[in-house]
Design a protein around this ligand. Structure first.
Ligand SMILES: Nc1ncnc2c1ncn2[C@@H]1O[C@H](COP(=O)(O)OP(=O)(O)OP(=O)(O)O)[C@@H](O)[C@H]1O
Ligand SMILES: [Mg+2]
Length: 232
């Protein structure tokens, strides 16, 4: 699960309107049937969705930039009035829980059956990636990652005759550098491509976890390192 990244699907919207994206998070969901089975053109396996947030206090006096037309279209407000269509558009009244139940829960459910899934949030600074993925810090406003962790454990409880080994890694891609957020060292990681064309992050820390609380503590540890790096 990622809170930053890029995909060819947002190139169009990204290139056209880069300075007008601060209210929008682009959520991409990938489902891989097996290794290499998901090409970027397999539309059934890829969903690109938008979440539009409400204005935050510092934007109170600024104009609205986008309008949610319906469950799959947003329109740029302004002279061009350009429409953009996505697999799904979530408006400001849609909670993260609603997004989770509709979009993310099926991916986690399939992942427990062995189908790889990826969820990433892409967007301009302040668009709401961290709010969407990690939550607001308020227990009543959880993010997608803690919901995924709880969901994974509740699915495991329903399959008592199978053993699961869960490992957590947390790394950041920022300014073309990959940093291991769970390592005490401040080291950059290499991206390697294997003979199948799969991309791997080399030597990333993997922590075995045995409860939702342990997994969430690792996320918090990684977040603390991320913030420390930003502010030093
Ligand atoms: N859906 C939402 N509803 C209400 N407030 C939101 C929503 N999404 C984001 N916010 C608020 O908007 C502000 C910016 O959000 P956030 O920190 O998640 O952005 P970000 O995309 O992670 O930015 P950065 O790239 O700088 O890390 C925060 O104050 C957050 O609480
Ligand atoms: Mg953030």
């Amino acid at each position: 699960m990622y809170d930053r990244g890029a995909s060819e699907f947002d190139f169009e919207i990204g290139c056209c309107v880069t300075n007008r994206l601060q209210e929008l998070v682009i959520l991409c969901v990938f489902k891989f049937n097996q290794r290499n089975a998901c090409k970027m053109t397999d539309n059934d396996n890829i969903q690109v969705c938008i979440r539009m947030r409400r204005k935050i206090p510092r934007e109170e006096n600024s104009e609205n930039l986008w309008m949610v037309e319906n469950a799959s279209q947003i329109t740029e407000i302004g002279p061009n009035h350009r429409p953009f269509v996505f697999d799904r558009v979530f408006g400001e009244s849609d909670s993260t829980e609603h997004i989770y139940n509709e979009l993310i829960a099926p991916v986690i459910h399939k992942a427990m059956e062995g189908i790889n899934g990826t969820i990433f949030a892409y967007g301009q600074t302040s668009s709401g990636k961290t709010y969407t993925m990690l939550g607001s810090g308020d227990r009543n406003c959880q993010g997608i990652i803690p919901m995924c962790i709880d969901h994974i454990y509740s699915e495991i409880e329903m399959i008592p005759n199978r053993a699961f080994l869960l490992k957590v890694s947390y790394f950041e891609i920022y300014n073309d550098r990959v940093t291991d957020l769970l390592s005490l060292e401040d080291r950059n990681l290499d991206l390697l491509e294997d003979e199948n064309g799969d991309i791997h992050v080399s030597n990333c820390t993997e922590e075995i976890v045995n409860s939702p609380a342990v997994a969430m503590n690792l996320m918090k540890k990684g977040e603390a390192k991320r913030r420390f790096k930003r502010h030093r």
